[in-house]
Design a protein around this ligand. Structure first.
Ligand code: ADP
Length: 863
């Protein structure tokens, strides 16, 4: 039974009050060394965390269900609950239990939800953790606000209903807020694991939202943030800020500026395209196998987050792209500059998150030490950047401040490597605070007196084995073994009896001890105070710190792009306003890294000029069609984040959007009708593509029967070609050889094929993309290489052609058709034809085709 049992009822009242304030949270209530949960909360926690469910007040009916976690492990349990989609509140003792009169005061110190996490155990270093708020507007516009409370980023804007889903998928928030009166059916689909939080409509009232924001930023208007004219953005931002302040129990000074969310200036990449192009690592895959993995040579987590954001928001203005390229080029061209900047950046920790933790009252002594050490590197970085010339780097360098006063202050106050927690003190330097020094002196003097006690008492009593010891319950003592008990001086007071020894204190020792312990307690308390002051001095500088951190992150990203360019042998692409793409010796940035050096075969791309707007790409399975399509998409994407590209030369007419549609085979895991998925995506492309888009279509129409799929693919191509003002740059990889016919009929369609060659009984994949269409009967060629009889091969070829031409059914009955079967008896021929009808040669690998042929030969070949 714990001592608090006696005052359960008032304690329960505290609990119930906290629970009333935040009804939808699991309340973790601090009691001694545990955080306890009660009632339904306890049941949920015991179920999902596997905690033992016990009961308090057993004399009541069944008692109150209760479950607890040890305080020192609470962060781990909270992290698990948040990942499972729960909201969690921590109620802590807000006064020292020893000084409390009656019940210790407790209050909720923080509410944690997936979108409002600040602790490292809940955050991925290289990723933002966004919370979004949606305010429905009067028309079709929505107010949208997003913030990452762990970094201080805060944006608001208005987006059309049509683009809302796009914007949300780009930001991928962990939690979305909206007013109660909105029917969730009118909201865009939320991604998996995104928490929905419904707020009262009043949180979204314009006037109160505006006042809250003005108050928060200490400004007279919102004009400076560019959102004054966007009432719905203001409503969303106000609701979001209100929510965060309530949950974090803090004014959040680090949310120091609001930026306007502009989606019209950046390219939208839908999730499917990001997956198809492997821009980010797949859930199970390694980082290396993604564009991010190739480009992320950043030194810091904020730099890595900045790169991720850039990859989700490629630029659309060629001027903005060139500005970033200039900066990348400067690092790429000046090794010394890059090395110096990289060296300085490498020791800089996550200033955004460190500042944010200080602002939300969650910083640890180590956090402040990390901030101190990071700031110490800033002068070196500024010095490295002193003579940069490119406009963007000049601007970024000017945004970096050294924060010298804060840095000095932290350096003077904090010891070199402070402990992780405040509990035992030892984080503040000697000489920083005279009061603290005094307390420490008291404790030190006492301790050295005690240290000398052993020798003094041994001499006085003549007990050579006498020891001075300390334990948490009894404090300091003198220990004497049984053998020497008779020598114990009369002024010793017995304190504790052990099996072989007795422990004693002397009046003098007691006095010194209480001085030591008192001084220690006071000095720890004083250190806490000083630490609180240090945190406040960080908070006071939150806005300029975050400005510095933002500039550092972007510099880190730009430099990373330069390092990746040098490592990968990339070139700076020309970027212009044409609708053309010209790439010489282009490579796939990810695939080339998986191959031995020199093994990747570079290819040319000329797309977009009249006559060459739509390319039908043919070639056998495994020839390299998909790789080629993705390579073109990735090069365009890289160009538009200002990166250099894997090619000998490239010219990219700015792409407004990249659409991808990949073969149905890849979608089976989704468990939907794959064909329906495919057609939904195709329909999305046809409705949203423009003349400036880049379409990468890989095997459209594969999810249905051959003729169906073929007709749809054909019709889609014609639609793209013929719709006035459309005809986007399109690469269309297909196994429907018939589609090569489109080039003969339509002005802007041309054929490409990935070459293969037969050589010494082998099919050699040349990986080279050439103009013109491919020979289509590879399965049969492979069969010939394997030595199948010529008559079988010839017949297979005729049947294949007829099948593909759709003439088979009529001709099947003609005598000459079956006469060609020669050796076959009629009935067997019928059976073979039946089987042939069921086969889709272009969906088979050469090996499967070979196996099939071998099987037919065995069954029908007569020998
Ligand atoms: P397809 O789409 O035609 O079936 P893929 O694009 O999937 O073929 O390519 C098959 C394999 O060929 C890839 O996994 C890759 O390893 C290799 N490959 C593709 N393109 C090249 C290239 N240009 N150089 C070297 N290897 C390549």
């Amino acid at each position: 039974m714990s001592p608090a049992d006696t005052d359960l009822t008032p304690m329960y009242r505290q609990w119930a009050q906290a629970k009333r304030d935040f009804p939808d949270v699991l309340l973790l209530f601090r009691m001694g060394d545990f955080y306890e949960l009660f009632y339904e909360d306890a049941e949920i926690a015991s179920r999902v965390l596997g905690l033992t469910l016990t009961a308090r007040e057993k004399h009541r009916d069944g008692g109150i269900p209760m479950a607890g976690v040890p305080w020192h492990a609470v962060e781990t349990y909270v992290a698990r609950l948040i990942r499972l989609g729960y909201r969690v509140a921590l109620a802590d003792q807000t006064e020292d239990a020893r000084f409390a009169k009656g019940l210790v005061e407790r209050d909720i110190v923080e509410v944690i939800t997936p979108g409002t996490a600040t602790s490292d155990s809940l955050l991925a270093a290289g990723e933002n953790n966004y919370l979004a708020a949606l305010a429905p507007g009067r028309g079709t516009e929505w107010g949208l606000a997003v913030a990452d409370v762990s970094t201080g980023e805060f944006y608001a804007g208005e987006v059309s209903g049509k683009r809302l889903a796009e914007e949300l998928s780009r930001l991928s928030p962990r939690e979305i807020l909206w007013p109660r009166s909105v029917d969730p059916a009118h909201l865009p689909a939320r991604g998996e694991g995104v928490l929905a939080t419904v707020l009262e409509d009043a949180s979204f009232f314009h006037e109160s939202a505006r006042r809250l924001l003005l108050d928060h930023f200490h400004t007279a208007s919102l004009v400076g943030f560019g959102v004054d004219d966007l009432p719905d953005a203001v409503r969303a931002a106000g609701a979001l800020l209100q929510y965060l302040r309530t949950l974090k129990r803090s004014d959040l000074p680090h949310l120091s500026r609001l930026r306007r969310l502009r989606s019209d200036e950046v390219m939208y990449l839908d999730d499917a395209t990001l997956v198809t192009l492997d821009v980010f690592p797949r859930r199970e895959g390694s980082v290396e196998n993604s564009l991010l993995g190739v480009l992320d040579r950043t030194e810091t987590s904020p730099g890595s987050r900045c790169l991720r954001r850039a990859l989700r928001r490629p630029l659309l203005s060629s001027a903005a792209i060139r500005e970033r390229q200039d900066a990348v080029a400067e690092f790429a061209g000046e090794r010394a500059l890059s090395d110096a900047a990289g060296g300085a950046l490498s020791g800089i920790q996550d200033i955004e998150r460190l500042t944010s933790r200080a602002s939300t009252g969650r910083a640890s002594p180590r956090d402040l030490a990390a901030l101190r050490d990071s700031l110490a590197r800033v002068p070196a970085l500024r010095e490295a950047l002193a003579s940069v010339a490119s406009a963007r780097l000049v601007a970024l360098a000017s945004e970096i401040s050294e924060h010298a006063a804060l840095r000095d202050h932290l350096a003077r106050a904090l010891v070199e490597s402070p402990p992780a927690t405040l509990g035992d003190g030892g984080l503040i330097c000697d000489g920083f605070d005279p009061g603290l020094d005094e307390m420490r002196r008291g404790s030190r003097d006492g301790k050295s007196w005690i240290a000398g006690l052993e020798a003094r008492e041994r001499a006085r009593s003549g007990i050579p084995s006498m020891k001075v010891g300390f334990n948490r319950v009894f404090g300091y003592y003198l220990e004497v073994t049984r053998a020497h008990l008779r020598l114990v001086p009369p002024d010793y007071e017995r304190k504790q009896t052990l099996v072989n020894a007795e422990r004693y204190v002397t009046p003098e020792l007691k006095e010194v001890e209480s001085k030591v312990l008192g001084a220690e307690e006071r000095s720890v308390a004083r250190e806490k105070e000083i630490f609180g002051e240090l945190c406040r001095s960080v908070v006071a500088e939150a806005a300029p710190l975050l400005a510095t951190a933002g500039a550092l992150a972007e510099i880190d990203m730009i430099r990373a792009l330069a390092v990746a360019a040098a490592r990968g042998g990339y070139v700076r692409p020309e970027v212009d306003e044409t609708t053309e793409i010209e790439i010489e010796e282009g490579r796939h940035p990810v695939v080339e890294r998986t191959l031995a050096s020199g093994e990747f075969v570079p290819n040319e791309t000329r797309l977009g000029a009249p006559g060459r707007r739509i390319a039908v790409v043919t070639g056998p399975n495994m020839a390299g069609k998909s790789t080629y399509l993705r390579q073109v998409g990735l090069i365009a994407l890289m160009a538009q984040i200002g990166s250099f590209v894997p090619a000998a030369r490239a010219r990219i007419g700015v792409v407004d959007r990249i659409f991808t549609r990949v073969g149905a085979a890849d979608d089976i895991a989704r468990g939907q009708s794959t064909f329906l998925v495919e057609m939904n995506e195709a329909s999305n492309i046809l409705h949203n593509a423009t003349e400036r888009s880049l379409l990468l279509l890989d095997e459209i129409g594969r999810g249905t029967s051959t003729y169906d799929g073929l007709s749809i693919a054909w019709a889609i191509t014609e639609y793209l070609h013929d719709t006035p003002g459309l005809c986007p740059r399109t690469l269309f990889a297909t196994h429907y050889h018939e589609l090569t016919e489109l080039a003969n009929r339509h002005e802007h369609v041309h054929n490409l094929n990935v070459l293969v060659r037969e050589w010494n009984d082998e099919v050699i994949f040349l990986r080279r993309v050439a103009d013109g269409s491919a020979d289509r009967s590879y399965g049969i060629q492979v069969a010939r290489l394997a030595g199948l009889p010529a008559s079988v091969l010839d017949r297979a070829r005729v049947i294949l052609e007829e099948l593909e031409a759709g003439e088979f059914v009529e001709r099947e009955a003609r005598p000459e058709a079956s006469a060609q079967l020669g050796l076959f008896a009629m009935a067997e021929g019928e059976r073979l034809l039946e089987e042939l009808r069921g086969v889709e040669p272009d969906r088979m690998t050469p090996l499967e085709a070979l196996a099939k042929l071998a099987e037919w030969r065995r069954r029908y070949g007569g020998g």
